[in-house]
Design a protein around this ligand. Structure first.
Ligand SMILES: [Cu+2]
Length: 170
């Protein structure tokens, strides 16, 4: 009876120190594990930081590419505006068409005499040579600042007869 009691009582206190010992080893390595975990986390954070840095570089690369492409588009739009430089103008009896004529600064006009008699095109002291029927010439407008001008034919009486057109620059 007493043996079994001892055994029982002995068996009861024994697991308690075992539990304490079981707890102690687990608590002892656990401070060490957080040490490992901290390093692992630090390494992980470093990798994440490096990845983020690389991703940022790639993003910057794409952004600068996008800017370059945008600039390229803008640059290609400039010659398109320049295409207006050679805007076709037709002379006839007795009109200048189109009217009005809209151009950007630095533009020029591609003038053709579609009439039967001699005509020219003149604005602010700039003029094409006298053009025979069917002839063409370029009228340089690069000296004109933005504003509204009147194009005329210099042949006597032609402007009064209707050979006038509004030229808007800018
Ligand atoms: Cu004329």
């Amino acid at each position: 009876m007493t043996i079994t009691e001892h055994a029982e009582t002995g068996a009861v206190p024994e697991p308690t120190p075992m539990d304490v010992d079981a707890v102690r080893p687990s608590t002892l390595p656990s401070p060490a594990r957080p040490g490992f975990n901290t390093d692992t986390v630090a390494l992980g954070a470093l990798f994440v930081a490096m990845f983020a840095f690389l991703a940022a570089l790639v993003a910057i690369g794409f952004a600068s590419r996008a800017i370059d492409e945008h600039r390229a588009v803008q640059a290609s739009e400039v010659p398109t505006a320049g295409a207006t430089a050679g805007e076709a103008v037709s002379l006839s009896e007795f009109s200048i068409s189109p009217d009005p004529i809209e151009v950007g600064t630095g533009a020029s006009l591609s003038v053709t005499n579609d009439g039967a008699v001699v005509h020219n095109l003149s604005v602010e002291g700039q003029a094409t040579p006298m053009l025979e029927s069917g002839d063409s010439a370029t009228l340089d407008l690069s000296k004109l600042t933005p504003g509204s001008y009147t194009l005329i034919c210099d042949v006597a009486g032609h402007a009064a007869a209707g050979m006038q057109a509004v030229l808007n620059v800018g």
